[in-house]
Design a protein around this ligand. Structure first.
Ligand code: C5P
Length: 398
């Protein structure tokens, strides 16, 4: 599938540059022609000789290399590939690209090109989390740059968190997705996420502790596989991903209306923590203490079950409907019963007892329940869960 493709590989300056050497081998094994570009900082980590030997091609390093200008020119170099891959994409390279700076060969190539760009970031976790990097990431995404990783884990600097460059084979998969449109190209996937807020009166509401992290990660992972994603979200504490159609709602009833309006979809994933009940006698005005010492009696009405109503549609049901089950005991038993009761295809079950730290945390340990049974996955970052689930969804829709 990749044979005959041409990749311009920009190797930035980071300890992960050694993985770029393996990436070159993996690409060449698949018949990809790799033209390497090494930044000055990149050359501190890997030598031009090893890069060119593995690539079987000349390494481009300097912007004002007259031979290179005469042979090809940096403008042409940037356009002679099917895809530009930046691995590792350092914080500095991302910042330059986000700002459109062109003060060395790598940044000039990125500015001069109309070829799609895929970045595999690698940096210290604090640098990745820094507002400036996140701002640059959002800008680059908005500009159409694709990303793979970073992954969470132990880092060369001794810290732990997101910042490790994606593994070479993950980058190869992302390259394949970028060049072919991805396994979910042409598919529409709907994702609900976040909590709902159910008003008590105009200033108070009933909510839950869902952060929206898992739904957001899932929408991003589905987008990365090429899906058109509609993301219906309650008031979540994490920002919605870039590059998806965001519909913001507050209540369960608004969420149902937004979901129905977004159909048809090939798959629908209901990751939102929807309130089961709303206040039936919500005040039109702010409720006041009346001096009697008596608390107001709230009456509740059941909210529509969005997952069940979409699962049980006779017309326009998405081919794959996935629900989530947040349980605090008998997780598999309750979730298996829930799958049958609601009529969805899969249930992603997780234990949200406070001691697991899952609700509002960055990790998740799920059991995927389908007609074929229950499959327990190891505990991993919510991003990794999202990527694995997105890959499963792609396989199911293929
Ligand atoms: O019944 P329970 O709330 O545990 O079911 C969880 C699943 O059902 C989640 O996928 C959630 O998004 C969905 N749900 C829904 N509408 C509701 C309640 C839950 O879509 N009113």
């Amino acid at each position: 599938m990749l044979a005959g493709k041409r990749v311009l590989l920009v190797i930035g300056g980071g300890i992960a540059a050694y993985k770029a050497l393996d990436l070159i081998r993996r690409l060449r094994e698949r018949g990809v022609a790799v033209t390497p570009v090494l930044t000055r900082a990149g050359a501190e980590f890997v030598t031009p000789l090893s890069v060119s030997a593995l690539a079987g091609a000349k390494v481009h390093e300097a912007l004002f290399d007259l031979t290179a200008e005469a042979e090809m020119g940096h403008i042409q170099l940037s356009r002679s590939a099917d895809l530009i891959v930046v691995a590792p994409a350092t914080a500095d390279l991302m910042a330059k690209a986000a700002q459109g700076r062109a003060d060395d060969l790598a940044s000039t190539l990125l500015l001069a090109t109309d070829t799609p760009v895929l970045m595999a970031p690698a940096m210290n976790v604090r640098m990745w989390d820094h507002k400036a990097t996140q701002r640059n990431l959002a800008q680059l995404r908005a500009d159409g740059v694709r990303f793979v990783g970073p992954n969470e884990g132990d880092m060369a600097c001794g810290e732990f968190g997101p910042g490790r460059m994606a593994e070479p084979l993950e980058i190869v998969a992302a390259i394949e997705a970028a060049l072919t449109g991805g396994p979910l190209a042409g598919k529409h996937v709907l994702v609900t996420s976040g909590p709902t807020h159910e008003p008590i009166d105009p200033v108070r509401y009933i909510a839950n502790r869902s952060s929206g992290a898992q739904g957001t990660a899932l929408a991003a992972a589905l987008r990365d596989l090429g899906a058109r994603v509609t993301f219906v979200t309650g008031p979540a504490s994490v920002a919605p991903p870039a590059g998806v159609a965001v519909v913001q709602v507050e209540t369960a009833r608004q969420m149902l209306a937004a979901v129905e309006a977004a159909l048809p979809a090939d798959a629908a994933v209901f990751a939102a923590a929807v309130a089961d009940w709303r206040v039936a006698n919500a005040g039109a005005q702010k409720m006041k203490k009346d001096g009697s010492g008596r608390a107001p009696a709230l009456e509740f009405a059941e909210n529509p079950d969005i997952l069940a109503s979409i699962s049980q549609r006779t017309e326009g049901r998405p081919a794959l409907v996935v629900g989530f089950a947040a349980e605090t005991e008998k997780v598999v038993e309750h979730a298996t019963a829930k799958r049958l009761r609601k009529g969805c295809d899969w249930i992603v079950a997780n234990d949200v007892s406070p001691e697991t730290g899952i609700m509002g945390g960055s990790e998740n340990a799920i059991t995927l329940i389908s007609g074929a049974g229950a499959e327990a996955w190891p505990r991993m970052g919510k991003d990794a869960v999202a990527r694995a689930l997105a890959a499963r969804i792609a396989a199911a829709l293929a």
